[in-house]
Design a protein around this ligand. Sequence first.
Ligand SMILES: NC(=O)c1ccc[n+]([C@@H]2O[C@H](COP(=O)([O-])OP(=O)(O)OC[C@H]3O[C@@H](n4cnc5c(N)ncnc54)[C@H](OP(=O)(O)O)[C@@H]3O)[C@@H](O)[C@H]2O)c1
Length: 307
Amino acid sequence: MNILLTGAAGQLGQELLPRISPLGRVTLADRVAVPGKAETLKLDLGDLNRVEIMLNRLRPDVIVNAAAYTAVDLAEDNASVAFRVNSELPGCLARWSKRNDRLLLHYSTDYIFNGESDRPYIEQDLAVPLGVYGESKLEGERAITSSLCRHVILRTSWVYSGHGNNFVLTMLRLARERPELSIVSDQKGCPTWARNLAGVTAKVMAGLLSDSDERPASGIYHYCDGDAVTWYEFARTIFSIAVEAGILDRMPEMESVLTSGFPQKAKRPLFSVLDTTKIRREFGIEPAGMRQSLQSCIKEMAENESR
Ligand SMILES: NC(=O)c1ccc[n+]([C@@H]2O[C@H](COP(=O)([O-])OP(=O)(O)OC[C@H]3O[C@@H](n4cnc5c(N)ncnc54)[C@H](OP(=O)(O)O)[C@@H]3O)[C@@H](O)[C@H]2O)c1
């Protein structure tokens, strides 16, 4: 089976490669090469003509699209780029998949919701994004579903890994640079280790491709790791684990601030916890614990730093 992995050099993309490789021959595509993988196809995935040419040449059986424009604040001033990558690219992949009867796996975000719910969001809840990033991702979901191709869309939240741009690495950098940090304490969500999401993707893909599969042909599923926290609580957990692991000398002083006192270009949902009942029920997937996942991620960073 031929699998095309777009966005292969991103946080999730790099975690996906080893986990989906047992399922088929994986071709990597991104703007830059995946570290250590010179064979990566390097192209602008926003150039849909080139994407079509690539698809017609490779003719993948499955496309896993981890490419996205994920800079939430910058998206406010770069809407056309965000929409090209987050909605036009998935639309193009979906139409090609429909024409050629192939499977598309794609990722979306908790930021399609406005955060006003008083319970974790389920897949059918009304999506009302607060910013350009969320709008562009929602548009991407709609482009896929309306194409009628066979697809799975995994909505996730607060993704981190040992590489790329994410809250864990930003907090660790800031804690080394500054004695005191101000951290938002009124936004709640579920941090998700990219590695766990990659493992979930492999399990979902294997399930869908098995002959005995009786699940619906397509669907949207929520997956995030298991514990809902505020950014403040998440930061405190990051620091305590990093001190234990020896990659941070001491806990920094932490001041909790409200979103209203921490202006950012894009508005964010105050509550974006995702309900994972559907993926548990249909795929038997049990979300990983937040603390244990973070410990594993930081332990690996510590080992890499000591090499
Ligand atoms: N990060 C989060 O907190 C979060 C939360 C919820 C959902 N998600 C979703 O999860 C998925 C994976 O996110 P991630 O955190 O792994 O994102 P990421 O680290 O930003 O990776 C995305 C990859 O796509 C590449 N890409 C973007 N535009 C491109 C273009 N025009 N041509 C070629 N490559 C391009 C990026 O390259 P450049 O870096 O060079 O642009 C990057 O390597 C996305 O669908 C995202 O929306 C993420």
